[in-house]
Write a protein that binds this ligand. Structure first.
Ligand code: PLP
Length: 420
């Protein structure tokens, strides 16, 4: 397949070390990853040696439709052959179609859409819109939250490690413990433009809040006249067993952010969607907030195809069903390794396996990848491996992933017990 894979791997790692980031090369080597990804289809990724891996990390959460879903690829290829980028002086058909579809699928009266290129950008836009719409300055976010790493999004992100080196961040952010509505009520006052919250914290280690949490946050916002930004960059588009995770609790956001899976694993695209009355400032001056590549035709064509596949194949329901199978399998594995696995939790196909410490999570992931299954730790809680496989995953994939985790943990136990 690849004529000289050893050379290609050595050269790629050398170029990473010299021109991308030597720290990343160390991390790959520590995780036993001395290869290069090469091609992918469905749930399977192949490296340059032709070795196959089941993708149980999914980008993370990018490959809801699996890799290279034929309908998304076809839509993008057609668009690329016609006009991949926009002159931006005329309206674009794919952007209009994607916005209309999103308005139809998103809860409540969410309607106006702004398209960008990543999750962090979607969060930036949502925060700006909240200030413009309310005239207020402050924001409330949650500890352990992950909203991205640009300055505004980072100001909302709740992990010191990522924040500290870049301070001062945007002023006016207050952080409260996730899942604690009383703590939220104490800080949401009439200075607060918006509360920003993930319905389930993804990078925070797949933390599912108590059932009354999101409805109470909605109420707290309403009482103070603050907006509710629900960040569904990771949880959105079927991942948790509903099209949007906030639907589990019947909560309507004022602004919803999306990215990751929206491009069907083929194109990068982000979006924020808002209730119509909030859009006045953006409507009065459509260039108040803008992005050269935002809403580009190729990415929007991917988005349209993705949403159609999600709906027509009812992938949210499939995620709910397969999520049960996956969690049951993982709990059996956990029961065999009580010393190393503390918890298995999640909703739909967003599942966290909490290990006894971050090193065990890293070692288990390294052992798993060596056996052909990709797991990845969560950024804000590295002792938790977050599983977000394609929603098209089948029972035999799930069984294989659980068996590999079991073997990986046996290997970890041997290594750690030998080291004392
Ligand atoms: N918001 C949430 C909930 C996320 O999980 C992420 C990324 O993991 C982001 C925002 C940032 O997205 P991006 O990495 O595309 O900037």
């Amino acid at each position: 397949m690849v004529p000289n894979p050893d050379e290609l791997v050595a050269d790629t790692l050398r170029k990473y070390a010299e021109f991308v980031n030597p720290g990343l090369v160390k991390l790959y080597r520590f995780g036993g990853v001395e290869t290069v990804e090469w091609e992918a289809q469905g749930v399977v990724v192949r490296d340059v040696y032709g070795r196959e891996y089941l993708d149980f990390s999914g980008g993370p959460a990018v490959f809801a439709l699996g890799h290279r879903h034929p309908r998304v690829v076809q839509a993008v290829v057609e668009q690329i052959h016609r006009m991949p980028m926009s002159v931006r002086a005329m309206p674009r058909r794919p952007e209009a179609e994607l916005a209309a579809l999103l308005a139809e699928l998103t809860p409540g009266d969410l309607r106006y859409c702004f398209f960008c290129n990543s999750g962090a950008e979607a969060v930036e836009g949502a925060l700006k819109l909240a200030r413009a719409a309310t005239g207020r300055k402050a924001f409330v976010a949650t500890e352990g939250a992950f909203h991205g790493k640009t300055f505004g999004a980072l100001s909302a992100t709740g992990r010191e490690k990522y924040r500290k080196p870049f301070e001062p961040l945007l002023p006016g952010f207050r952080h409260v413990p996730f899942g604690d509505a009383d703590a939220m009520a104490e800080v949401v006052d009439r200075d607060v433009a918006a509360v920003i919250v993930e319905p389930i914290q993804g990078e925070g280690g797949v933390r599912v809040p108590p059932d009354d949490y999101l409805p109470m946050v909605r109420e707290i916002c309403d009482r103070a006249g603050a907006l509710l930004i629900v960040d569904e960059v990771q949880t959105g588009l079927g991942r948790t067993g509903r099209m949007f995770a906030c639907e589990h609790w019947g909560v309507m956001p004022d602004i919803l952010t999306l990215a990751k899976a929206l491009g069907g694993g083929v194109m990068p695209i982000g979006a924020f969607v808002a209730r119509p009355h909030l859009w006045a400032a953006f409507s009065d001056d459509p260039y108040l907030h803008s992005s050269t590549f935002g809403g580009n035709p190729a990415a929007c064509a991917a988005g349209v195809a993705t949403l159609r596949v999600l709906v027509e194949e009812d992938l949210p329901s499939r995620a709910a069903r397969m999520g049960e199978v996956l969690m049951a399998g993982l709990r059996e594995v956990a029961a065999r390794h009580p010393r190393w696995v503390r918890d298995v939790r999640g909703k739909g196909l967003l599942v966290g396996v909490e290990f006894s410490d971050p090193d065990v999570a890293l070692l288990a992931s390294a052992e798993a990848i060596a056996r052909g299954v990709i797991f990845f730790f969560s950024l804000n809680r590295p002792e938790v491996v977050r599983l977000a496989p394609p929603l098209i995953v089948e029972r035999h994939h799930v069984e294989r992933a659980c068996a590999v985790l079991d073997e990986a943990l046996q290997a970890v136990a041997q290594t750690l017990e030998a080291a004392g």
